[in-house]
Design a protein around this ligand. Structure first.
Ligand SMILES: Nc1ncnc2c1ncn2[C@@H]1O[C@H](COP(=O)(O)OP(=O)(O)O)[C@@H](O)[C@H]1O
Ligand SMILES: [Mg+2]
Length: 229
């Protein structure tokens, strides 16, 4: 259970949201509040490839949203999938973006509790070989002290240690770039939660060190202190 008192709603869509690759608009589906996510063409991509990519991501996102839910991680219910028109209609989550909660004046300890819980949930995803692919605090919403994961379009099913390590690195990078002030504390709290659900966490963290060292041309020892190993 996570306790906090932020009341800032960030995912309230009064107007459309132009995401990185989709337009999201509020709609209704059989009396339920819904959100319609339409992946839009990108001019810089060759047209036939562009449509294939958008269809694939729509299909992938739908499958992963469902798989995550089956495994006890909260995701929006899917109401409709239209692969041809690269559209998903899903449950509208009445909640706040975790990003805005972490940006708020909330006490640090409460923020750490939130992130620890998120670590547990990501652990559950990974235990079921679900890779999120875009793990950031803008892709997690908080509703009634529970966390709802969205935006699985770059994800995949994989049991590979490397893919799990890359997910871990994505959230680490998100803390560094978006929640800079407490990024270390946040990343450690995330790992605390992850450790509780993932038995082979050490193998995954060690791989994350390797991948990060490779990308940043750093000595692995310099990175070890960031990890609970
Ligand atoms: N089911 C939902 N309920 C409420 N808000 C949502 C939902 N899905 C997306 N959003 C809002 O729209 C934003 C962009 O959606 P997202 O699926 O992350 O698309 P993108 O791939 O463009 O990042 C999210 O950060 C969130 O604020
Ligand atoms: Mg997103």
């Amino acid at each position: 259970m996570v306790e906090h008192t932020v009341n800032k709603s960030n995912s309230n869509l009064s107007t459309n949201i132009w995401g990185a690759e989709a337009i999201l608009s509020k709609s209704e589906w059989l009396g339920n509040k819904a959100i319609k996510k339409v992946r839009i063409p990108k001019k810089y991509r060759i047209a036939p490839l562009d449509i294939e990519l958008r269809k694939n991501r729509t299909a992938t996102e739908s499958k992963l949203l469902v798989a995550a839910k089956k495994n006890g991680v909260i995701t929006p219910y899917i109401f409709e999938i239209d692969i041809v028109n690269t559209t998903i209609v899903m449950e509208y989550i009445e909640g706040k973006l975790v990003k805005s909660i972490l940006d708020s004046e909330l006490e640090l300890q409460n923020k750490l509790n939130i992130v620890k819980e998120i670590g547990k949930q990501v652990g559950k995803l990974h235990n079921n070989d679900i890779i999120h692919g875009d793990l950031t605090t803008s892709n997690i919403l908080e509703r009634d002290t529970k966390f709802v994961f969205i935006d699985f379009g770059l994800g995949k099913f994989s049991s590979a240690i490397e893919d799990k390590a890359v997910d871990i690195l994505l959230i680490k990078k998100c803390f560094i770039s978006t929640h800079t002030e407490y990024n270390r504390e946040l990343f450690l709290a995330f790992q605390e939660g992850y450790k509780e659900t993932v038995s082979n966490f050490k193998t995954i963290f060690k791989r994350a060190v390797k991948v990060e060292a490779r990308g940043r041309h750093l000595n692995e020892e310099q990175l070890f202190r960031d990890y609970l190993l």
